[in-house]
Write a protein that binds this ligand. Sequence first.
Ligand code: CTP
Ligand code: MG
Length: 232
Amino acid sequence: MVTAIIVAAGSGVRMGEGPPKQYRLLSGKPLLCHALSAFDRADCVDRLVLVTPKEEKLSVIRPIMERSPVKKPLALALGGDCRQGSVYNGLLASDPATEIVLVHDAARPFVSAAETARCVAAARAHGAAVLAHPASDTIKCADEEGRVLETLDRSRLWQVQTPQAFSFRLLLEAHEKALEEGFSGTDDAALVERLGRPVLLVFGSRWNIKITGPDDLLIAEAIMAARRGKLP
Ligand code: CTP
Ligand code: MG
């Protein structure tokens, strides 16, 4: 069984004023619905878990789900104080028969079924796999005053995206160890890496952007329009 956890419990501080970004409309549909329906369509996914803000009443999410229903079994979980806590709550709400779990940001509306299938296959073979794209900009390390300390070797740098796919038991163990030891990572793979377990990179597309600030919503609308054939 493959379960996809979609984390949508953030407060979208970098998006600025207005409703949390997971509810902002992209092509007339709340952002989180795009990711949910991508996994609903993906043949390799059996079940869905949606993690929503903890202070939120079901009254917010119910009308959204009524307008954009999913066909696959859907469980709801409450978010944590940080992304890692939200994923952990999603793991606890997953069917215990899950073998492979996918973790995905609701803020990435353009994930494809083919990318999802490649991640699942790689996680079955290696235990953990993340979608990633080679860094296209040169990346430098700097101190707090903005003085460059080091230029990193770009040929070895990858920008990591979601979905990230794992053996369910491995990810649960990695989260529990991180919780016990007070470690917080910026993605789930980092928690598996610190167990000394391999994580495979799966080549992803540059379309799979994360909506972070207001500009990203404009870019996302342009991508949607291009897909509908309305842009050159
Ligand atoms: N997320 C979550 N629970 C949290 C924090 C984040 O489920 N406590 C989710 C977000 O909803 C988003 C994904 O993790 O889908 C990636 O996080 P990010 O892009 O940082 O979103 P926000 O945390 O909402 O935005 P910001 O950091 O600007 O506040
Ligand atoms: Mg955040």
